[in-house]
Write a protein of this length. Structure first.
Length: 755
């Protein structure tokens, strides 16, 4: 008999195991789909997504099939690794593999070339990048690797909870590269897939485990509130949390420095970045880097050979600077506080730097100073710079051969929106020289109803510095320094004028002093700025200021106001302190600092929405418990449930009311305690009838006939218990039903009995 039972149990166990493999594999496929959605926006088109899902799906389905055929669980990962290598060889081996499937040394060389080209393309392109072969190599290889790791951890090692580490590592990629960060929906989908994987693992290990509806509902509610709060709470953007550090500013650490600048400008509260003192009569623009490489979707700093920076060693010469241009030398002492960057902020063009810690280098093309094994954090240094004082006549007369190294700053992608060139031609229709065209472009932005706003581009979905973004900016006419600078630089290139975008800081606020001793300047995150620089042969790189309400327009772009009015430094401010303009939206075209109704109502709406969400989550246990009771009563009324169902509801109810109901307690002892509590009421007889029905179901022949209705007796007993408990305890039982916790969980209340 035992042998026959064992013979029957073995096939059943094997069948459950096979179905468990497919169940977990299905959950892993859902996780892959969620991750693929999170990666959308990194690469253009649909083909990469199909390649990723196909590669990962092939590996996961093969693993389940091998285990279903009886292959030992520990051997399957090795076979999946072989399969992944065969897929990569057939797809990216260029015929170097044996039989087209087995990799050879030549195959690994081919893969290395793909990887090297992919790293270069990642640097050169913004997001979304073109679906180049090297990116497809990363996608297919990454899909196989992710699937292999998920399958090994969840099935071979039987530790599905640790798949969260791999999932989190993948989610870091879009969170770091996408301008808007990781979408909350992507995070929610990955979290939901993870919860379902855990549930599938429980059902596979313990087939008799009841469905954990309560646990899944609480998990789902937590995911939902995280998603909604991520999109509505103060300090968050549509794409998730604004990517700035709580303690300071971080610049130049990603492939989208101008997008990061915009996020820092939208900080809820300004952060002090640095302080400086200068020998100049006025505060100075502090330049971090020149963004001279335009990919079509992002401005970037072109990496090239640099020279090691020595303490006090001369930097230069200044590219294109003529001896006819008047210059003046200044010194500036800078103390960095809450700003981390691989680029060093200095007045441009810098000539030498003293006092830096760590190893630094300088770029001969644009004199940008970058750290090799150091950052700006905590640095204190003194920079010697030049103030350039070109005149309008010198700029008008500028001309001649543009160096080859500057000609690349005329590059424009082939798919530029026509509105950029058309607007440039319209703005400069009456201009003759390159200087006249540059001034006309600057005046176009300042005299044609453009509005400074850090919020409008974000709300209307055109934040960034790419060509399509700038086309939209020229239509809406609302944006901040990134849009103004990028637009003028692109328009200048369409007119044949080499241009680039400078990133750095406005002069900041003067803490006091006199004309001969200007005192200390404080620079905050609100002073982050971008401005265009245009190249004039014989003069060099000249900054302009098209941004409405920010910085100061250089005097060399304006007629002389007096017979001996001097030209200020290129990029320096005039005598007046820079005007701080509160960001405005199109609804506030005057540019005043008065907040509009929408901004005033936003905190109230956010608070109300947050309160509703919190209340909703707190009510999840109560709703779930009430739903369970109604389902049980309905099944009893329809005669689908027996006395055991009644007893489950009775035990849950008394647990919610603070009673102890240990699973080891016999029904008769438990019924005696309840009967004693409701003694002298009709519910006492109801308890005994329920006990009799339970014992008859447990020990007698199967029957669906009983004296009286189980549902009626149960309702009678529950009503009497609730009446004796009182309103406060009933409310606690409704809002915090401990019966949703596993049976045997200790009750927080004092054990109750009738004795």
């Amino acid at each position: 008999m035992a042998t026959e039972s064992l013979a029957l149990a073995v096939p059943q166990l094997a069948g459950r195991r096979r179905s468990g493999y497919w169940r977990i594999t299905g959950a892993l496929l859902l996780q892959v789909l969620a991750l693929s959605y999170a990666l959308s926006g990194l690469i253009q088109g649909f083909g990469w997504w199909l390649a990723l899902v196909s590669a990962a799906g092939l590996v996961l389905v093969t693993g389940a099939a091998l285990r279903n055929l009886g292959v030992p669980r520990g051997v399957v990962p090795l076979l999946l690794l072989v399969e992944s290598a065969a897929v990569m060889t057939a797809t990216f081996g260029h015929g170097t593999g044996l039989l087209g499937l087995i990799p050879t040394p030549a195959t690994f060389v081919s893969w290395g070339q793909y990887l090297q080209q992919a790293m270069l393309s990642i640097y050169q392109q913004g997001t979304p990048a073109e679906a180049l072969p090297e990116f497809l190599f990363l996608v297919v290889g990454g899909g196989c690797l992710v699937a292999l790791i998920l399958d090994t951890v969840a099935v071979a090692l039987r530790a599905p909870a640790f798949t969260a580490l791999g999932v989190g590592a993948v989610l870091v990629v879009p969170g770091a590269l996408l301008g808007d960060g990781l979408e909350p929906i992507s995070l929610a989908a990955s979290a939901a897939a993870y919860l379902w994987l855990l549930r599938c693992d429980v059902r596979t290990r313990r087939p008799g485990t009841p469905r954990s509806g309560a646990a899944l509902s609480v998990g789902a509610a937590a995911v939902a509130i995280a998603v909604v709060l991520g999109g509505t709470a103060p300090g968050f953007e549509a794409g998730g949390a604004t990517s700035f550090t709580a303690g300071g500013i971080s610049i130049g650490g990603t492939v989208t420095p101008l997008v990061d600048l915009g996020k820092d400008l939208r900080r809820p509260a300004a952060v002090r970045a640095l302080t400086y003192t200068t020998s100049a009569a006025n505060g100075q623009y502090l330049k971090l880097a020149s963004l001279d490489q335009f990919t079509g979707s992002v401005w970037k700093h072109r990496e090239r050979d640099t020279n090691r920076l020595g303490d006090g060693v001369k930097i230069g010469p200044v590219a294109g600077l003529s001896k006819q241009v008047k210059t003046a030398k200044i010194t500036t002492t800078v103390a960095i506080e809450n700003m981390t960057s691989r680029w060093l902020p200095t007045p441009a063009p810098v000539q030498s730097v003293k006092g830096l810690n760590g190893t630094w280098s300088w770029d001969p093309d644009d004199l940008t100073i970058g750290g090799i094994n150091a950052t700006t954090q905590g640095q204190r240094y003194t920079a010697t710079s030049l103030i350039l004082e070109p005149t309008a006549d010198q700029l008008k007369a500028a001309g001649g051969l543009v160096p080859a190294g500057v000609q690349r700053d005329l590059f424009l992608p082939s798919d530029m929106p026509p509105i950029i060139e058309q607007t440039a031609l319209t703005a400069t229709k009456d201009a003759l020289t390159e200087y006249d065209k540059a001034v006309a472009l600057q005046d176009y932005f300042r005299d044609n109803s453009f509005v400074y706003s850090t919020q409008t581009p974000l709300k209307q979905g055109y934040d960034g510095d790419g060509a399509r973004v700038i086309a939209r900016f020229l239509q809406v006419k609302s944006g901040y320094c990134v849009h103004f600078a990028s637009a003028m630089a692109l328009m200048a290139r369409t007119l044949g004028i080499p241009s680039r975008v400078a990133e750095g800081y406005l002069p900041g606020a003067n803490s006091g002093g006199t004309a001969t001793n200007p005192g200390e300047y404080t620079v905050t995150s609100d002073d982050l700025h971008a401005w265009p620089e245009l190249y004039f042969a014989g003069v060099g790189w000249v900054p302009f200021e098209p941004t409405v309400g920010r910085g100061t327009v250089p005097d060399y772009t304006r007629p002389l106001t007096g017979p001996a009015a001097p030209a200020p430094a290129a990029g320096a401010t005039s005598g007046a302190a820079p005007r701080a303009l509160t960001p405005t939206d199109p609804a506030n075209l005057s540019g005043s600092a008065t907040p509009n109704a929408t901004s005033a109502a936003q905190p109230l709406a956010t608070g109300i929405g947050t309160a509703i969400l919190v209340i909703g989550v707190l009510l999840v246990p109560a709703v779930w418990r009430r739903t369970r009771r109604r389902r049980r009563l309905r099944e009893l009324s329809d005669e689908w449930g027996g006395a055991s169902l009644v007893w489950d509801e009775l035990r849950d109810t008394v647990r919610d009311l603070g009673w102890t109901a240990p699973p080891t307690e016999t029904p008769r002892v438990f019924a005696g305690r309840i009967a004693a509590a409701v003694a002298g009421t009709p519910a006492e007889d109801g308890v005994m009838r329920l006990l009799a029905e339970l014992e008859r179901d447990a020990y007698g022949p199967p029957s669906r006939r009983w004296e009286g209705g189980l549902a009626d007796d149960l309702a009678l007993v529950l009503s009497e218990l609730g009446a004796q408990a009182g309103p406060a305890l009933r409310l606690k039982a409704a809002l915090l039903p401990v019966s949703l916790l596993p049976a045997g969980w200790p009750s927080a209340a004092r054990p109750r009995s009738a004795a």
